[in-house]
Design a protein around this ligand. Structure first.
Ligand code: AMP
Length: 470
């Protein structure tokens, strides 16, 4: 589908999309919308940043407009479960934005960290859409503020993250309260076994749709790594902030404490930054996010969990002050830049202890991230990252000469189109050989373009390592 009008969506929805300036459906939207409109259950393997919110919200809104029913008191017709408050807030905003011409449309948000009473009141007359984090939803159910037996469509968003955050039992409890004849739309960036099992229990004859998560992140992002001593990181951050032409910078640290430390050390050098993490109150987090969105705050320091679902367009730089020990988090992190069609830059600081994390990340994304401006005199020679072939020594070069691997592309061909039903879930094989270097020329043997990363079907990804001068 090349245009939203091709889906047969109701006019009020098309009008809202035109106002949002959405012209072309993203791959996950092209695949999900027709399937969901046909009433099928869907497993969508896609991460935030791929346009998956609209992929489920648009068919749901279409269902609500074509099948008009007054929701019963203290009930909802559509339930969306998401792991974090921020993501839930953004999903409810998206429903309101895409549904702004649908009347009546009540969208309620049920998240922890804020008083429950308003949420109880907002559900009193029943709502079309309830977006909730699992814990708060169960609190509301226990207080008899909402019953779930009227749910026609269930969305489970970021299922893998739900698992990571320990919500799996809450989800099972919620699902047990729903009626069997419903539609279920299930989204996850990865499909580990436990998530596959959960999906098997929740979905009936689902259609699988997939977009490779890496494609969206690496396509437009110039990635590089700076090897450094741990103790040199504060000064390095200042140096990078001074050297780069930045608009909005998102800096990731591994811990909450680390985030606060970075804020303080930047303050000493005259850079104003704020941190967002689990120790902050909901109000604080919302204010900081709003400032970041409006451009009042230019440097935001975040931990992985807090940043989950942050959807701010115009993030020019993601800086990994600490590398994540979970490689998928790298993909999530750098996906915060290059949103909505823009280019972005991701710079990672890697100290000696983090070398192993870097190798895991490079295996996952199948790209050797080019290094620049090393900040340590003696870096140990890189070890072979799962059979990187001849490529290992090239990390310090800026990319551009094509990957030096041995030309074996491993399993990447299977994932390259990310399309069709039955796309392969889970992480890519670690056994591949010859990681192409970011910056290799598309089309060359062993370049990224021919290996894995196609974003839209048939469209080769562009040079990932270096961004074209603007
Ligand atoms: P999501 O993956 O749902 O978090 O969406 C990522 C970003 O892409 C959000 O800022 C959306 O507003 C934007 N977006 C989603 N779909 C489209 C589209 N078809 N055209 C342009 N922007 C989009």
């Amino acid at each position: 589908m090349t245009s939203f009008t091709d889906f047969g969506l109701a006019e009020p929805i098309l009008r809202a999309l035109a106002e949002e300036k959405y012209e072309t459906p993203t791959p996950i939207q092209s695949q999900t919308i027709p399937t969901a409109l046909a009433g099928r259950d869907v497993i969508g393997i896609a991460q935030t940043g791929t346009g998956k919110t609209a992929a489920f919200a648009l068919p749901i809104l279409n269902h609500l407009t074509t099948k008009r029913l007054r929701p019963e008191k203290k009930s909802c017709r559509v339930l969306v479960l998401s792991p974090t408050r921020e993501l839930s807030g953004q999903i409810s905003e998206s429903f309101r934005a895409y549904g702004r011409h649908i009347k009546p449309l009540a969208v309620a948000l049920a998240i922890g960290g804020v008083p429950i009473n308003r949420q109880v009141r907002s559900l009193a007359h029943g709502v079309e859409v309830l977006v909730a984090t699992p814990g708060r939803l169960l609190d509301l159910v226990n207080q008899r503020a909402v019953t779930l037996n009227q749910v026609e469509i269930l969305v489970l968003d970021e299922a893998d993250r739900m698992l990571d955050m320990g919500f799996i039992h809450d989800i099972k409890r919620v699902v047990a309260m729903l009626r069997k004849e419903r539609q279920t739309l299930f989204f996850s960036a990865t499909m580990p076994q436990e998530i596959t099992r959960l999906a098997d229990q929740m979905l009936i004859d689902p259609v699988r749709v997939a977009v490779t998560p890496q494609a969206t992140t690496v396509e437009r992002i110039a990635q590089r790594v700076i090897h450094t001593e741990k103790s040199a990181k504060p000064a390095l951050l200042v140096e990078v902030l001074k050297a780069e032409k930045t608009d909005r910078v998102l800096v990731f640290t591994r811990t909450k404490h680390g985030a606060d430390k970075v804020v303080r050390s930047l303050e000493k050098t005259g850079f104003f930054a704020e941190a967002i993490h689990g120790n902050k109150s909901q109000n604080q987090r919302e204010r900081v996010l709003a400032d970041f969105r409006s451009g009042k705050l230019r440097i935001l320091i975040a931990t992985d969990i807090a940043a989950r679902g942050i959807d701010v367009d115009g993030v020019s730089h993601v800086i990994n002050y600490d590398l994540p020990n979970v490689p998928e988090s790298y993909v999530h992190r750098i996906g915060r830049t290059a949103r909505a069609g823009a280019d972005g830059i991701a710079i990672s600081f890697c100290d000696q202890e983090e070398g192993v994390f870097l190798r895991d990340i490079e295996r996952l994304i199948r790209v050797a991230i080019p290094a620049s401006g090393e900040r340590q005199p003696h870096r140990p020679a890189p070890q072979n990252a799962g059979g990187r072939g001849n490529n290992g020594g090239g990390r310090n070069q800026r990319g551009g000469n094509g990957g030096g691997g041995n030309g074996r592309h491993g399993q990447s061909g299977n994932r390259s189109h990310g399309g069709g039903n039955g796309g392969q879930g889970g992480r890519p094989s670690h056994g591949h050989q010859g990681i192409p270097r970011a910056g290799a020329t598309p089309g060359e043997p062993n370049s990224i373009g021919t290996v894995t990363f196609l974003q839209r079907s048939g469209e080769p990804r562009r040079n990932a390592g270096h961004r074209a001068p603007r």
